[in-house]
Design a protein around this ligand. Structure first.
Ligand SMILES: [Zn+2]
Length: 131
């Protein structure tokens, strides 16, 4: 099976942070500034496949990434999404959005029907915050 996170995680976007177990990748779609993914490196599908210690590591990476994403974008709400339909390898999408957005606007972002401008300065800032 061909899995982007096993084979070419850097093709999924800009790697912001990496350790021995997780990656934080800024998604290439720019559906909203700061759309990122927390990716478990080993190929498993669900949080339930992790040990509790592994999940604590994943959750800590998510916590750090979410704080950095909210601070760097000025967004006040983190929308979280785990699907696994296209890529059944554990990854959690984080979408930093304005709390003023309604459900329809959030769904447009999740469906990738909108696009923000590529911003290298944001990438640099996020790498610095997560270093
Ligand atoms: Zn995989």
């Amino acid at each position: 099976m061909s899995c982007v996170f096993c084979n070419e995680p850097r093709s999924a976007g800009e790697v912001l942070f990496e350790d021995d177990r997780v990656l934080v990748i800024l998604h290439e779609d720019w559906a909203v500034r700061g759309h990122a993914m927390v990716v478990w490196k080993a190929h498993i599908e669900n949080v339930a496949d992790l040990t509790i210690d592994e999940y604590a590591h994943f959750a800590a990476a998510h916590h750090r990434a979410e704080r950095a994403l909210l601070d760097a974008t000025g967004a006040d709400r983190a929308i979280l999404l785990k699907l696994g339909i296209a890529t059944p390898h554990l990854h959690l999408h984080v979408y930093p959005v304005s709390a003023s957005l309604d459900r329809a606007a959030v769904m447009e972002i999740i469906d990738g029907r909108v696009r923000d401008a590529f911003d290298q300065a944001l990438i640099d800032e996020l790498r610095e915050r997560l270093a």
